[in-house]
Design a protein around this ligand. Sequence first.
Ligand SMILES: [Zn+2]
Length: 281
Amino acid sequence: MSGSGRSEPPPAPDALPIPVVDNHTHLDIARDGSELPDIQAVIDDATAVGVPRMIQIGCDLASARFTVDVIERYAALLGGVALHPNEAPRLHAIGELDSAKAEIERLASHPRVRVIGETGLDYFRTAPEGIQAQQDSFRWHIDLAKRTGKVLQVHDRDAHEDVLRILSEEGAPEHTVLHCFSGDIAMARECVDLGYHLSFSGTVTFKNARGLRNALSVTPMDNLLVETDAPFLTPAPHRGAINAPYLVPLTVRAMADVLNVDVPALCTALAANSERIYGRW
Ligand SMILES: [Zn+2]
Protein backbone atom coordinates (compact mmCIF):
# COMPACT_ATOMS: atom_id res chain seq x y z
CA MET A 1 0.00 0.00 0.00
CA SER A 2 3.00 2.28 0.31
CA GLY A 3 2.91 5.38 -1.81
CA SER A 4 -0.80 5.04 -2.56
CA GLY A 5 -1.65 7.85 -0.20
CA ARG A 6 -4.24 5.58 1.36
CA SER A 7 -4.13 4.79 5.04
CA GLU A 8 -3.02 1.39 6.29
CA PRO A 9 -5.51 -1.50 5.91
CA PRO A 10 -7.65 -2.10 9.01
CA PRO A 11 -6.13 -4.55 11.51
CA ALA A 12 -7.36 -8.15 11.58
CA PRO A 13 -10.35 -8.58 13.91
CA ASP A 14 -10.50 -11.40 16.46
CA ALA A 15 -11.06 -14.74 14.76
CA LEU A 16 -14.53 -16.27 14.70
CA PRO A 17 -14.92 -19.42 16.81
CA ILE A 18 -16.54 -21.35 13.92
CA PRO A 19 -15.68 -20.77 10.25
CA VAL A 20 -18.20 -18.96 8.05
CA VAL A 21 -18.48 -18.16 4.33
CA ASP A 22 -18.21 -14.72 2.72
CA ASN A 23 -21.20 -15.13 0.42
CA HIS A 24 -20.42 -12.29 -1.98
CA THR A 25 -17.08 -10.70 -2.78
CA HIS A 26 -15.34 -9.15 -5.79
CA LEU A 27 -11.68 -10.14 -5.94
CA ASP A 28 -11.28 -8.50 -9.35
CA ILE A 29 -12.33 -4.99 -8.39
CA ALA A 30 -9.72 -2.50 -7.24
CA ARG A 31 -10.99 0.63 -5.57
CA ASP A 32 -9.88 4.17 -6.31
CA GLY A 33 -6.64 3.39 -8.05
CA SER A 34 -5.47 0.84 -5.48
CA GLU A 35 -3.86 -2.36 -6.71
CA LEU A 36 -5.80 -5.57 -7.23
CA PRO A 37 -5.45 -7.80 -4.18
CA ASP A 38 -3.29 -10.91 -4.34
CA ILE A 39 -5.84 -13.69 -4.16
CA GLN A 40 -3.83 -16.14 -2.09
CA ALA A 41 -3.12 -13.37 0.43
CA VAL A 42 -6.83 -12.47 0.59
CA ILE A 43 -7.69 -16.12 1.25
CA ASP A 44 -4.91 -16.51 3.84
CA ASP A 45 -5.89 -13.34 5.73
CA ALA A 46 -9.54 -14.37 5.79
CA THR A 47 -8.79 -17.98 6.77
CA ALA A 48 -6.75 -16.74 9.73
CA VAL A 49 -9.88 -15.12 11.24
CA GLY A 50 -12.37 -17.90 10.48
CA VAL A 51 -13.47 -17.04 6.93
CA PRO A 52 -11.81 -19.78 4.86
CA ARG A 53 -14.36 -19.87 2.03
CA MET A 54 -15.86 -17.22 -0.20
CA ILE A 55 -17.98 -16.75 -3.29
CA GLN A 56 -16.39 -14.66 -6.01
CA ILE A 57 -19.00 -12.76 -8.00
CA GLY A 58 -18.41 -11.77 -11.64
CA CYS A 59 -20.62 -8.94 -12.90
CA ASP A 60 -19.70 -8.51 -16.55
CA LEU A 61 -18.08 -10.70 -19.19
CA ALA A 62 -14.49 -9.96 -18.22
CA SER A 63 -15.30 -10.47 -14.57
CA ALA A 64 -17.24 -13.69 -15.24
CA ARG A 65 -14.27 -15.10 -17.17
CA PHE A 66 -11.98 -14.07 -14.30
CA THR A 67 -14.34 -15.83 -11.88
CA VAL A 68 -14.21 -19.14 -13.74
CA ASP A 69 -10.44 -18.89 -13.93
CA VAL A 70 -9.93 -18.34 -10.18
CA ILE A 71 -12.46 -20.89 -8.96
CA GLU A 72 -10.49 -23.50 -10.89
CA ARG A 73 -7.29 -22.44 -9.17
CA TYR A 74 -8.36 -21.81 -5.57
CA ALA A 75 -10.24 -24.42 -3.55
CA ALA A 76 -11.47 -21.70 -1.16
CA LEU A 77 -13.57 -20.13 -3.90
CA LEU A 78 -16.86 -20.87 -5.56
CA GLY A 79 -18.21 -18.52 -8.18
CA GLY A 80 -21.17 -16.55 -9.43
CA VAL A 81 -21.62 -15.14 -12.93
CA ALA A 82 -24.12 -12.68 -14.37
CA LEU A 83 -24.53 -9.39 -16.12
CA HIS A 84 -25.00 -6.76 -13.43
CA PRO A 85 -28.22 -4.70 -13.58
CA ASN A 86 -26.11 -1.70 -14.60
CA GLU A 87 -24.24 -3.70 -17.25
CA ALA A 88 -27.26 -5.18 -19.05
CA PRO A 89 -28.73 -1.84 -20.26
CA ARG A 90 -25.28 -0.76 -21.46
CA LEU A 91 -24.85 -3.96 -23.49
CA HIS A 92 -28.39 -3.67 -24.80
CA ALA A 93 -27.73 -0.13 -26.02
CA ILE A 94 -24.73 -1.27 -28.08
CA GLY A 95 -26.44 -4.40 -29.41
CA GLU A 96 -24.28 -6.86 -27.47
CA LEU A 97 -26.68 -8.15 -24.83
CA ASP A 98 -27.66 -11.38 -26.60
CA SER A 99 -24.10 -12.51 -27.26
CA ALA A 100 -23.15 -11.61 -23.68
CA LYS A 101 -26.02 -13.71 -22.31
CA ALA A 102 -24.89 -16.65 -24.40
CA GLU A 103 -21.42 -16.46 -22.90
CA ILE A 104 -22.75 -16.07 -19.34
CA GLU A 105 -24.85 -19.19 -19.90
CA ARG A 106 -21.80 -21.08 -21.11
CA LEU A 107 -19.69 -19.96 -18.12
CA ALA A 108 -22.56 -20.77 -15.73
CA SER A 109 -22.32 -24.43 -16.67
CA HIS A 110 -19.00 -24.73 -14.81
CA PRO A 111 -19.51 -27.08 -11.84
CA ARG A 112 -17.91 -24.64 -9.39
CA VAL A 113 -20.14 -21.78 -10.53
CA ARG A 114 -22.97 -22.17 -8.02
CA VAL A 115 -24.55 -18.74 -8.32
CA ILE A 116 -26.33 -16.79 -11.01
CA GLY A 117 -25.68 -13.26 -9.85
CA GLU A 118 -25.52 -10.62 -9.19
CA THR A 119 -28.56 -9.73 -11.23
CA GLY A 120 -31.60 -7.71 -10.23
CA LEU A 121 -32.62 -4.07 -10.44
CA ASP A 122 -30.77 -0.83 -9.76
CA TYR A 123 -32.97 2.23 -10.07
CA PHE A 124 -30.30 4.38 -8.43
CA ARG A 125 -27.86 4.19 -11.33
CA THR A 126 -30.04 3.36 -14.31
CA ALA A 127 -31.72 6.03 -16.41
CA PRO A 128 -35.43 5.50 -17.24
CA GLU A 129 -34.63 4.39 -20.81
CA GLY A 130 -32.53 1.51 -19.44
CA ILE A 131 -35.16 0.09 -17.10
CA GLN A 132 -36.88 -2.17 -19.61
CA ALA A 133 -33.62 -3.83 -20.63
CA GLN A 134 -32.70 -4.20 -16.98
CA GLN A 135 -35.97 -5.89 -16.09
CA ASP A 136 -35.76 -8.19 -19.12
CA SER A 137 -32.24 -9.15 -18.13
CA PHE A 138 -33.35 -9.86 -14.54
CA ARG A 139 -36.11 -12.16 -15.86
CA TRP A 140 -33.62 -13.97 -18.07
CA HIS A 141 -31.22 -14.52 -15.14
CA ILE A 142 -34.06 -15.87 -12.96
CA ASP A 143 -34.86 -18.37 -15.69
CA LEU A 144 -31.18 -19.29 -16.07
CA ALA A 145 -30.88 -20.00 -12.34
CA LYS A 146 -33.91 -22.29 -12.52
CA ARG A 147 -32.73 -24.10 -15.64
CA THR A 148 -29.26 -24.69 -14.16
CA GLY A 149 -30.40 -25.37 -10.59
CA LYS A 150 -28.09 -22.66 -9.22
CA VAL A 151 -28.62 -20.09 -6.51
CA LEU A 152 -29.93 -16.68 -7.59
CA GLN A 153 -28.19 -13.68 -6.00
CA VAL A 154 -30.23 -10.52 -6.38
CA HIS A 155 -28.96 -6.95 -6.36
CA ASP A 156 -31.71 -4.54 -5.29
CA ARG A 157 -30.98 -0.83 -5.16
CA ASP A 158 -33.98 1.41 -4.64
CA ALA A 159 -36.16 -1.18 -6.39
CA HIS A 160 -37.64 -3.32 -3.60
CA GLU A 161 -41.17 -3.46 -4.95
CA ASP A 162 -40.24 -4.38 -8.52
CA VAL A 163 -37.66 -6.94 -7.37
CA LEU A 164 -40.29 -8.81 -5.36
CA ARG A 165 -42.92 -8.42 -8.07
CA ILE A 166 -40.70 -9.79 -10.84
CA LEU A 167 -39.49 -12.67 -8.66
CA SER A 168 -43.07 -13.66 -8.01
CA GLU A 169 -44.16 -13.21 -11.63
CA GLU A 170 -41.33 -15.41 -12.87
CA GLY A 171 -41.37 -17.81 -9.92
CA ALA A 172 -38.24 -17.57 -7.79
CA PRO A 173 -35.57 -20.28 -8.01
CA GLU A 174 -35.42 -22.80 -5.16
CA HIS A 175 -32.61 -20.81 -3.53
CA THR A 176 -32.87 -17.03 -3.83
CA VAL A 177 -30.54 -14.67 -1.97
CA LEU A 178 -31.09 -10.95 -1.55
CA HIS A 179 -27.48 -9.87 -1.54
CA CYS A 180 -26.57 -6.86 0.61
CA PHE A 181 -30.09 -6.79 1.96
CA SER A 182 -31.34 -3.21 2.25
CA GLY A 183 -35.05 -3.54 3.02
CA ASP A 184 -37.04 -2.77 6.12
CA ILE A 185 -38.86 -5.01 8.63
CA ALA A 186 -41.88 -5.51 6.39
CA MET A 187 -39.75 -6.54 3.45
CA ALA A 188 -37.64 -8.87 5.61
CA ARG A 189 -40.79 -10.61 6.82
CA GLU A 190 -42.11 -10.93 3.28
CA CYS A 191 -38.82 -12.40 2.05
CA VAL A 192 -38.70 -14.87 4.93
CA ASP A 193 -42.27 -15.98 4.18
CA LEU A 194 -41.20 -16.61 0.59
CA GLY A 195 -38.22 -18.68 1.76
CA TYR A 196 -35.57 -16.25 0.49
CA HIS A 197 -32.21 -15.80 2.14
CA LEU A 198 -31.12 -12.38 3.34
CA SER A 199 -27.40 -11.70 3.06
CA PHE A 200 -26.18 -8.92 5.33
CA SER A 201 -23.07 -6.87 4.58
CA GLY A 202 -21.08 -4.27 6.50
CA THR A 203 -23.93 -1.80 6.04
CA VAL A 204 -25.63 -3.44 9.03
CA THR A 205 -22.87 -1.96 11.23
CA PHE A 206 -23.37 1.60 10.00
CA LYS A 207 -24.55 4.11 12.58
CA ASN A 208 -27.48 5.30 10.46
CA ALA A 209 -28.70 1.77 9.62
CA ARG A 210 -31.25 1.37 12.39
CA GLY A 211 -33.97 0.28 9.92
CA LEU A 212 -31.71 -2.41 8.53
CA ARG A 213 -30.89 -3.69 12.02
CA ASN A 214 -34.60 -3.84 12.74
CA ALA A 215 -35.03 -5.95 9.60
CA LEU A 216 -32.23 -8.25 10.73
CA SER A 217 -33.79 -8.60 14.18
CA VAL A 218 -36.90 -10.27 12.71
CA THR A 219 -35.02 -12.61 10.35
CA PRO A 220 -34.75 -16.23 11.53
CA MET A 221 -31.22 -17.61 11.64
CA ASP A 222 -32.11 -20.21 8.99
CA ASN A 223 -32.57 -17.41 6.44
CA LEU A 224 -29.34 -15.52 7.18
CA LEU A 225 -26.10 -15.18 5.26
CA VAL A 226 -23.16 -12.79 5.63
CA GLU A 227 -21.02 -11.13 2.97
CA THR A 228 -18.53 -8.35 2.40
CA ASP A 229 -19.37 -7.11 -1.11
CA ALA A 230 -15.66 -6.26 -0.97
CA PRO A 231 -13.99 -3.97 -1.83
CA PHE A 232 -17.05 -1.91 -0.89
CA LEU A 233 -19.21 -1.45 2.24
CA THR A 234 -16.46 -1.85 4.83
CA PRO A 235 -17.94 -2.49 8.29
CA ALA A 236 -17.59 -0.08 11.18
CA PRO A 237 -15.30 1.11 12.65
CA HIS A 238 -13.39 1.06 9.33
CA ARG A 239 -16.05 2.50 7.04
CA GLY A 240 -14.34 4.07 4.03
CA ALA A 241 -11.29 1.76 4.08
CA ILE A 242 -10.93 -0.96 1.43
CA ASN A 243 -13.05 -3.97 2.37
CA ALA A 244 -11.87 -7.59 2.18
CA PRO A 245 -13.17 -10.96 3.40
CA TYR A 246 -10.99 -10.87 6.56
CA LEU A 247 -13.30 -8.16 7.92
CA VAL A 248 -16.38 -10.44 7.95
CA PRO A 249 -16.02 -11.11 11.71
CA LEU A 250 -16.90 -7.46 12.43
CA THR A 251 -20.20 -7.87 10.62
CA VAL A 252 -20.92 -11.27 12.20
CA ARG A 253 -20.38 -9.90 15.71
CA ALA A 254 -22.62 -6.91 14.98
CA MET A 255 -25.30 -9.29 13.68
CA ALA A 256 -25.06 -11.45 16.81
CA ASP A 257 -25.58 -8.33 18.94
CA VAL A 258 -28.68 -7.33 17.00
CA LEU A 259 -30.09 -10.86 17.13
CA ASN A 260 -29.15 -11.25 20.77
CA VAL A 261 -27.58 -14.67 20.12
CA ASP A 262 -24.10 -15.87 20.91
CA VAL A 263 -21.47 -15.69 18.21
CA PRO A 264 -20.83 -19.47 17.92
CA ALA A 265 -24.56 -20.12 17.42
CA LEU A 266 -24.77 -17.52 14.67
CA CYS A 267 -21.60 -18.81 12.99
CA THR A 268 -22.98 -22.35 13.03
CA ALA A 269 -26.18 -21.18 11.35
CA LEU A 270 -24.38 -19.05 8.76
CA ALA A 271 -22.05 -21.89 7.82
CA ALA A 272 -24.87 -24.42 7.58
CA ASN A 273 -27.02 -22.10 5.46
CA SER A 274 -24.18 -21.47 3.01
CA GLU A 275 -23.47 -25.17 2.59
CA ARG A 276 -27.13 -26.03 2.24
CA ILE A 277 -27.72 -23.67 -0.65
CA TYR A 278 -24.36 -23.61 -2.46
CA GLY A 279 -23.31 -27.21 -1.85
CA ARG A 280 -19.86 -28.41 -0.94
CA TRP A 281 -16.78 -26.38 -1.72
ZN1 LIG B 1 -21.53 -7.06 -5.45
